[in-house]
Design a protein around this ligand. Structure first.
Ligand code: SF4
Length: 371
């Protein structure tokens, strides 16, 4: 019988430092990283199933004052093509979701000016949804949106959160994190929150008992060290609050975006120089997912990003640190506006999980099983 030697950079199950995470990036092969990450996943999730949720993206408005270089979804205020969904349109989307057995909505928009949408509009919307669809979980308003509410409505972040919570907001998606390092944010997220502002919103949300997810969009102008720094910010916050339910990472989708027009680094360059694009493909996605699983030892769940990577890499992600297939999305507008988005039905997601050797189980936003 032969045994596989342990990877040279095996941290042996203990918490790793930022420099050790960088060493993993530089020294370990994709196979070694997969093995390390899968060991962690199996320790945290020895159960015979892998999960998914049936929800729907509702992008209530694409009007946005920010100018993120990676975004092809937003329309600047006053320009043609900007929209705000009516409550009737939102109702119809939720009814369709309920029709396929969905349980939650992921509702996000741009940073809409106050003269277009006053704060009461958001409160009325939440109350309306909770009255009409009391069983629907509302996962809505990313930290940049919440911080924009604080700014434009001149209210402390904690008041904004409490009032939204009172009106029916259940949890907050961790979107808009990209890379939580200001050098990167200054380059790609003009007009959006800075790192400390983003973390302030998440910290306040956890303080009032609202859970959030955490995200990372990588493969653009960040260096590997900045990627690891981002992970460290999430791990530190989770040590402090324990409010993060899950981590989701995906690769920057360059098509049709201003950032996508920057000259990429040559493929043989391993470490991004932070000035040019270092686009990430499936190999880099799996390596980063695996390192995230090893590094984020206090985050219980990692999702596979099949929306950007496709179903087969999504399935493979279940062996590189993910324990969840994320959402059966009825609608995806933001990533698809940048060119790449896959769509899967619940049946297809269940079959991917089964093919990978697990039992598929439907869950809610708190990762509680629903079937
Ligand atoms: S990513 Fe969000 S905040 Fe940035 S421009 Fe697009 S809609 Fe606006």
């Amino acid at each position: 019988m032969t045994t596989t030697p342990a990877p040279a950079c095996d941290p042996g199950g203990r918490r790793i430092t930022q420099s050790e995470a960088l060493e993993l990036y530089r020294r370990c092969s994709v196979h070694e990283l997969g093995r390390l990450a899968h060991d962690v996943t199996m320790r945290l999730h020895p159960e015979p199933y892998r999960t998914y949720v049936v929800d729907r993206n509702i992008n209530y408005s694409n009007i946005c004052t920010a100018r993120c270089a990676f975004c092809n979804f937003k329309v600047l205020p006053g320009r043609p093509g900007g929209y705000v969904l009516s409550f009737d349109e939102i109702d119809r989307k939720i009814e369709e979701l309920i029709g396929i057995g969905g349980t939650q909505i992921l509702m996000q928009g741009g940073l809409v000016p106050s003269d277009r949408l006053p704060f009461d509009w958001y409160l009325h919307l939440l109350r309306h949804i909770k009255t009409k669809f009391p069983a629907i979980h509302v996962h809505a308003f990313s930290p940049p949106e919440i911080f924009a509410f604080h700014r434009v409505f001149d209210m402390p972040v904690s008041d904004v959160l409490l009032r939204l919570q009172e009106a029916g907001l259940d949890t907050i998606p961790g979107g808009g994190a990209e890379i939580l390092v200001d050098r990167v944010r200054n380059r790609i997220g003009v007009g959006k929150t800075k790192t400390a502002e983003y973390l302030q919103v998440v910290r306040e949300a956890h303080r009032i008992g609202m859970r959030t997810s955490a995200t990372m969009m990588f493969g653009h102008v960040e260096t590997l060290s900045e990627r690891v720094e981002h992970l460290a910010r999430i791990r530190d916050l989770q040590d402090e609050t324990g409010g993060v339910t899950a981590f989701i990472c995906w690769t920057f989708q360059p098509e049709n975006t201003p950032l996508g027009r920057i000259r990429p680094l040559p493929a043989e360059v391993h470490e991004p120089d932070g000035k040019r694009l270092a686009l990430a493909g499936a190999h880099e996605y799996l390596r980063t997912l695996a390192i995230s699983r090893v590094f984020l030892d206090n985050v219980p769940n990692l999702q596979a990003s099949w929306v950007t990577q496709g179903p087969r890499i999504g399935e493979l992600a279940l062996f590189f640190g993910a324990n969840d297939m994320g959402s059966v999305l009825m609608e995806e507008n933001v990533v698809s506006a940048a060119g790449t988005a896959y769509c899967l039905t619940e049946r297809e997601i269940r079959s991917l999980i089964t093919d990978a050797g697990w039992e598929p189980r439907k869950r809610n936003c708190y990762y509680e099983l629903l079937d």
